[in-house]
Write a protein that binds this ligand. Sequence first.
Ligand code: GLA
Length: 386
Amino acid sequence: MNDTPLARAAAVFQAAFGQVPSIQVQAPGRVNLIGEHTDYNDGLVLPCAIDYRTVIVARLREDRLVRVLAADYEGAIDEYSLDAPIERLEAPMWANYVRGVVRELVQRGLPMQGMDLSIAGDVPQGAGLSSSASLSVAVCRLFATLPGFEALSPVDMALVAQRAENDFVGCKCGNMDQISSACGVQDHVLMIDCRSLAVEPVPMPAGAAIMIFNSHVTRGLVDSAYNTRREQCETAARHFALPALRDLDLATLEARGAELDPTVLRRARHVVTENARVAAAAQALAAGDLARMGELMEASHASMRDDFEITVPAIDQLVGIVKDVIGKAGGVRMTGGGFGGCVVALVPENLVDAAREAVARSYTAPNGMRATVYVCRAAAGAGIVA
Ligand code: GLA
């Protein structure tokens, strides 16, 4: 019991601040079923929030100080005033996610108040399951409990968190991770239109489990590769004088593809075909058609491997092992930004054990580690913990 994130955060809070916290909030990580690198192209994605989360316990202060500690890391309290410029730190990184959101809320003129915070979580870090977005969204959700924040919707909170990551932490991510964490609906995946910001919950088919396999391939050089992909997509959109690749259709791309650098052409083809796959996947899921979902996930993986070039051999191998078990009865693909991280599978419940065993038997990461397996449930988005 004492090892839940909530219990850890509360114990550390009391030890450090000598009081009992009075507010507790949570924000989940996410896994993306399909729609990769489409969010920053104004496209479509189909993620869900997962039942692994960041929790924050807190207490209002009488003054204008914010004091923050991370129960999962040893180290000093990060302390600053709401009335002075909030600067980025060299380290620790977690503190910058909090600082970035606080600064963004101050800049928006919201009625901020001083607080003491203690943070803990169980979202695997560096695995592509959005532990950082869950932290940023949790911070935003915490301050949104204050009077005067009533107009801040879950999507607004996601955008505050994304802005903090883009401008303060320095990662040019899209908006999928934060919207998933802020807007999750239990037992539903979210069809998100990353341009209009419309979020449509689609029920998870009965009898299907969401499995996540952490490859333990660490995502080296990921930021530069991510930003390069983003630039290539923008180059393609500019070539066709379009606001974003969302606006490009496959017929135009095929007819005029030779005008593009061949690498840029492949990047654009991934995004255009992936958007179409997401739309089809939302329909397949709504109809409970796991076989169709499986085809679309397989095509998505191939497109990430061959056109967007963001998979690595160990990930391709892991996907193959799971595919051999589930066949046409479900789907499997890499999930997240790429270059390692996790594989996601939609698996009929009666094949969960077989998939787990096959991976235990056949997969070893280049660093010698075995895959970690999570069977998770589509979870509700950020909120107050009763
Ligand atoms: C990372 C980013 C997201 C999204 C995915 C790729 O998770 O944070 O915004 O671009 O990569 O789909």
